[in-house]
Design a protein around this ligand. Structure first.
Ligand SMILES: [Zn+2]
Length: 637
């Protein structure tokens, strides 16, 4: 059952049918149960840490072999039967995991281990925390209730995601309402019999429309519909999720769900989050007003509304910086931009990508072997699923399908999921591509001893640091200059255009961080001691911002992050951004410096969660983290 591979052999994702999903999940759970039962029956007086943790790693690998692919196919498989079977299998897996970490015999055995290495010490600590967080030490009644809550939270999170992913709403806009839209957009999107365009909520439909449609009424209609993708059901779901999380805090007798969550994060407690968000708020209040002022003037109307935002920001970028996101697509043809990202990654990290033909879940999907450039050894593999389609996950993400385990010679696999325009990318989308590629690299370049420590298993408030760091490679000439080699026919991206793109990007950081602050503060409010009803809380918090709340909008129903693993963790984007911008400073004036790149690969990416993130970062920087670059960015300096 365990696929322990010989070094050099490629691992791939099995493309399962609905029946396969059910049978591979059942077989993996049975085999993992057998293996964990064996660990639970090891004689307690003669436990040997290396043996126990190796057995643990092998049993975890059995689970990951089945559920890594199942979790991915759940978001991307074109066949509804496969996605639904995956939903059921993932509930079974979550029930199994809770039971596993409530097993007192296993807990006792892990507690008694004397670790023989740093990685073992960390793994023992991580496992003990998983036992504690799953209620192993709670009285029987509370333990039972914790199991019920965990299972229900998994099902609710799935339903929330499905309501967004499988939303079939389309909007029709008349030719008058399309004034201002790029011709390439109008040529691409479908039309109804009356000649109106028919669009949904995929990014390639929504974003160019909101940036360019001159009709305020049309933008307003599209904006409001977009915030209602999940309503009414997702609002009910989120309220139930919040209530169940509050109950978890009560089971543990801690003041709030945020306390339960943050003790395992870099911040360690909600008070640190509150102090950090206050600091951001102080910086962002002026910055947001500073950014709104010129938009207000360009718009020539008494109050700029939320559906005007993208439109007037784009007009301002054009007028002030001569930067037009739609026109930038010529500079970043999608395939060329991808090849450029592969190229700079190869140079920076001493690796090589080789495209290979393997079975995939859709003909659009590409597969690449990742090899070490020096030795030629196979490191792992990545899948790229770049374009939108019906029922596919709607945002951009990287899926850690399979984690490394050096001791088991296990090759990692990550999948990149995006919803790009096939013709070309805007500069924002180039940043998105680099961001997700940063996560993919964290997954495939990790070289941890144990599977549990692989790549993106780091603290949730650190995980966005390598990805946000890589976004900077979209903004500097030394990396962008190499684009030329992947698009012979494209217009040249010269230093003047790059500096205008950067200036245009700086404009609006106050607005963007204002929004990020609101999301993070809202998330913390829902994880607090007295969370309240999510829509009411949202309305009052949004109403207190400079742009106010729009009646009839329902953003919380679309906020997948807090319905899932980012609860009491959305602040982590900004917390990790502080680290990300500080990490960039290590590259100095040359982002393409392979020596620093190699050091980043060895000291951060390859180490996964074998050590606390703070220790890894401080070793790489040679000093504690500084928030200076982050606050400079907010202030637009
Ligand atoms: Zn990310």
């Amino acid at each position: 059952m365990t696929q322990i591979l010989a070094p050099g052999k490629r691992a791939t994702i099995p493309i399962l049918t609905a029946d396969d999903v059910a049978s591979s999940a059942a077989a993996a759970l049975a085999e993992a149960r057998r293996r964990f039962d064996l660990i639970a029956s090891l004689p307690i007086e003669s436990l040997e840490a290396t043996e126990v943790l190796e057995r643990w790693d092998d049993a975890s690998i059995v689970l990951e072999d089945a559920f890594g692919p199942i979790a991915l196919l759940n978001s991307v498989h074109p066949d509804a039967a496969v996605r639904d079977a995956a939903d059921r299998a993932l509930i079974d897996e979550s029930v199994f995991a809770t039971e596993l970490f409530q097993n007192e015999k296993l807990f006792e055995r892990v507690r008694r281990l004397s670790p023989a290495s740093g990685a073992q010490k960390q793994l023992r600590k991580d496992l003990i925390e998983s036992f504690e967080d799953s209620g192993v030490a709670l009285p029987a009644g509370k333990r039972q209730r914790f199991r019920e809550i965990s299972e229900r939270l998994t099902a609710l999170g799935q339903e929330f995601a499905k309501n967004i992913r499988e939303n079939k709403t389309v909007l029709h806009f008349t030719p008058e309402e399309c004034a201002g839209l790029p011709q390439a957009y109008l040529d691409r999107v479908p039309k109804d019999r009356e000649g109106n365009i028919v669009v949904g909520f995929d990014y390639p439909d929504y974003v160019p429309f909101m940036m360019n449609s001159a009709s305020e009424a049309a933008r307003r209609r599209y904006y409001i519909a977009n915030t209602n993708r999940g309503t009414p059901r997702n609002i009910e779901i989120l309220d139930e999720i919040v209530a169940l999380r509050k109950e978890i805090a009560q089971l543990y007798e801690v003041p709030s769900f945020a306390h339960y969550v943050t003790k395992r994060r870099m911040v360690e407690n909600p008070e640190t989050v509150a102090r950090f968000l206050d600091e951001v708020k102080n910086a962002v209040t002026d910055a947001e007003l500073r950014d709104l002022d010129p938009l207000q003037r360009i718009a020539e109307k008494p109050k700029i509304e939320r559906w005007d935002m993208m439109y007037y920001r784009e007009r301002l970028r054009e007028r002030r910086y001569a930067v037009d996101q739609e026109a930038l697509r010529k500079y970043f043809p999608t395939v060329g931009a991808l090849h450029w990202v592969l190229d700079i990654t190869e140079r920076l990290y001493g690796i090589r990508f080789e495209e290979a033909s393997v079975p995939t879940w859709h003909p659009d999907v590409l597969y690449l072997d990742v090899k070490d450039a020096g030795t030629g050894d196979l490191i792992g593999g990545i899948y790229l699923d770049l374009y939108p389609r019906a029922d596919k996950y709607k945002h951009a993400a990287a899926a850690p399908v399979r984690g490394v385990s050096r001791r088991a010679a296990r090759k990692p696999i990550s999948a990149l999921l995006t919803n790009f325009n096939r013709e070309g990318l805007t500069h924002d989308e180039v940043e998105t591509l680099l961001h997700e590629f940063g996560h993919v690299l964290h997954g495939v370049l990790s070289q941890t001893e144990y599977n549990q420590h692989s790549g993106t298993s780091v603290e949730r408030d650190f995980v966005e640091a390598p990805s946000q760091m890589y976004e900077e490679w979209a903004n500097r000439m030394e990396s962008l200059a190499l684009l030329r080699e992947h698009c012979a026919g494209c217009p040249a991206l010269d230093a003047s255009l790059v500096s205008r793109i950067r200036a245009a990007k700086k404009f609006g950081t106050g607005i963007d961080y204002g929004r990020q602050h609101l999301y993070a503060a809202f998330d913390m409010a829902l994880s607090s001691a007295e969370p309240g009803e999510c829509l009411e809380v949202w309305k009052s918090m949004e109403a207190a911002t400079p742009m106010g709340h729009i009646e009839g909008t329902s953003f919380p129903g679309t906020f997948e992050h807090i319905a899932s693993g980012y609860a009491a963790g959305y602040y982590g984007y900004m917390w990790a951004k502080v680290i990300a911008l500080d990490l960039v400073t290590a590259f100095g004036k040359d982002l393409m410096d392979p020596v620093t790149g190699r050091r980043f690969r060895d000291e951060i990416l390859s180490r996964g969660s074998e050590e606390p993130a703070r220790d890894l970062v401080e070793r790489f920087l040679g000093r504690p983290v500084s928030s200076e670059a982050f606050f400079q960015e907010i202030r637009g300096e």
